[in-house]
Design a protein around this ligand. Structure first.
Ligand SMILES: N=c1c2ncn([C@@H]3O[C@H](COP(=O)(O)OP(=O)(O)OP(=O)(O)O)[C@@H](O)[C@H]3O)c2ncn1[C@@H]1O[C@H](COP(=O)(O)O)[C@@H](O)[C@H]1O
Length: 106
């Protein structure tokens, strides 16, 4: 059991964004520009999907961590606070995904 949260990681990412790129992978990704972080996020998402299809729980756990970390770096670079994403997710709790999909098709 851990009390470590995505908010905790987002805080670390925000702090490391200001570090020299030679000392921080986070800072290096951000200095390289949004396309670099976006590419890494895409790669990690594909690796997570492959691990899921293969039923590899250990890899899926590790790749999911990579996906979440790289998503937070991408959000940091785009100046989108994690709380905005959480607010969007909270807004969606008012409706089931299937109902939302059906509403879009009419
Ligand atoms: N959670 C992570 C995290 N997850 C993954 N990674 C890095 O993401 C990279 C994953 O890419 P790959 O597996 O493709 O490895 P790679 O081939 O070296 O990557 P590239 O050369 O293609 O960029 C690795 O270098 C990992 O070390 C992370 N780097 C940092 N963090 C967190 O960010 C904090 C600050 O890190 P720095 O910014 O490096 O100080 C750390 O203490 C962690 O809490």
């Amino acid at each position: 059991m851990t009390t470590f949260s995505l908010e905790d990681l987002a805080r670390i990412v925000a702090e490391r964004a200001a570090a020299p790129a030679s000392e921080s992978y986070t800072a290096k990704l951000l200095v390289d520009g949004p396309a670099k972080a976006a590419k890494k996020l895409g790669e990690e998402a594909v690796e997570a999907a492959i691990a899921a299809v293969q039923g590899d729980r250990q890899s899926l756990t590790a790749e999911s961590a990579d996906v979440l970390y790289h998503l937070l770096v991408l959000l940091q670079g785009a100046n989108i606070p994690l709380i905005d994403v959480m607010a969007e997710l909270e807004r969606r709790t008012a409706q089931s995904g299937l109902a939302e999909k059906a509403a879009r098709k009419t």
